[in-house]
Design a protein around this ligand. Structure first.
Ligand code: DC
Length: 232
C-alpha cells in the first residue's frame, strides 16, 4: 500500500470509543505517523493542574493563557517498548495524563480558545507532509478539513464505560463503573456543546460504530476505506 500517495486520515468521535486504538493500528499498518491529540490536551491540563490553575472548583483562564508559552509537548518512541510516549516539558507523562482526575478536568482546559489555537498549530505542523493518522474531536472539522479520509467513530455508552473501566482498574482499583459513566457523559456534553470547535460529525465523515465488532474487524473496515481514498 505504501507505494500509493500518502493521505491524511482524521478520526473523530466521543470519549473512549476506541479512536486511538484504531488510529494506532492504522498508522502501524500503513507506516504513517500517529498523533493522539487528546493526549496533548491532557498534558496541558496536567501542567495547569500541577500549577493550581484548574481544579474541580475553578479554572483560572488568564493564568493558563499566560503560561502557555512554558508548555512544550512532544511524542517520542520508547526504545524498549517501541510505544509512543508523550512528553510534557521533557518528562514522560503517559500514565499521569490518563488518571480520572485529569479526565475530569480536561474538557475545561480544552474549551479555552488560546489552548486550542496553540495545539492546532502544532498538530497541523505534525501532519503537513501527509501520511498521518490523527485522532481527536476537531480533526476533520478544524485541523485537517481537507483530509482524504474522515472517520467518525462511535460505540454504545455501555461498551465505552466497560472499556474505560478495564483500562483504569489496574491503576485506580477503587474506581466504579458509575464514576466512569458519569465522566464520559459529562465530557461528551462539554466537548460537543463548547463554543470553540466543538465535536461535530462533518458531512463527509464515514461513521464507524464499533459496539459489536472487534478491533481487527474495525481495522479491516477502515483499511478498505483507506484503499478507496488512496486511489481516488
Ligand atoms: O481523546 P481523549 O479522551 O484522550 O481526549 C481528552 C479530552 O481532550 C476530551 O475530553 C476533549 C479534549 N480534546 C479536544 O477537545 N480536542 C481534541 N482534538 C482532542 C481531545
Amino acid at each position: 500500500m505504501q507505494k500509493h500517495k500518502k493521505i491524511t486520515i482524521a478520526i473523530d468521535g466521543f470519549s473512549s470509543c476506541g479512536k486511538s486504538t484504531l488510529a494506532k493500528a492504522l498508522a502501524f499498518e500503513l507506516g504513517y505517523v500517529f498523533v493522539d491529540t487528546g493526549a496533548m490536551y491532557r498534558a496541558v491540563t496536567l501542567f495547569c493542574f500541577r500549577k493550581g490553575f484548574v481544579s474541580k472548583e475553578s479554572v483560572n483562564q488568564n493564568a493558563i493563557i499566560d503560561h502557555l508559552n512554558q508548555i512544550e509537548i512532544h511524542f517520542e518512541r520508547n526504545k524498549e517498548t517501541s510505544k509512543l510516549e508523550i512528553y510534557l516539558n521533557n518528562e514522560v507523562v503517559e500514565r499521569e495524563i490518563r488518571s480520572l482526575e485529569i479526565s475530569s478536568l480536561v474538557s475545561k482546559v480544552a474549551s479555552i480558545k488560546e489552548v486550542r489555537q496553540k495545539l492546532v498549530v502544532e498538530q497541523k505542523k505534525m501532519g503537513e507532509k501527509g501520511g498521518v493518522v490523527m485522532d481527536g474531536r476537531d480533526i476533520g472539522s478544524v485541523v485537517f478539513p481537507d483530509a482524504e479520509l474522515k472517520l467518525f467513530v462511535t460505540a454504545s455508552s455501555e461498551v465505552r464505560t466497560d472499556r474505560r473501566f478495564k483500562e483504569l482498574l489496574p491503576t485506580e482499583p477503587n474506581i466504579t463503573r458509575e464514576e466512569i459513566r458519569q465522566n464520559l457523559e459529562e465530557r461528551d456534553y462539554l466537548d460537543s456543546t463548547r463554543s470553540e470547535s466543538p465535536l461535530i460529525q462533518t458531512e463527509d465523515a464515514v461513521v464507524l460504530d464499533n459496539s459489536d465488532i472487534n478491533q481487527q474487524e474495525q481495522l479491516e473496515l477502515a483499511l478498505e476505506l483507506v484503499r478507496t481514498r488512496m486511489h481516488g
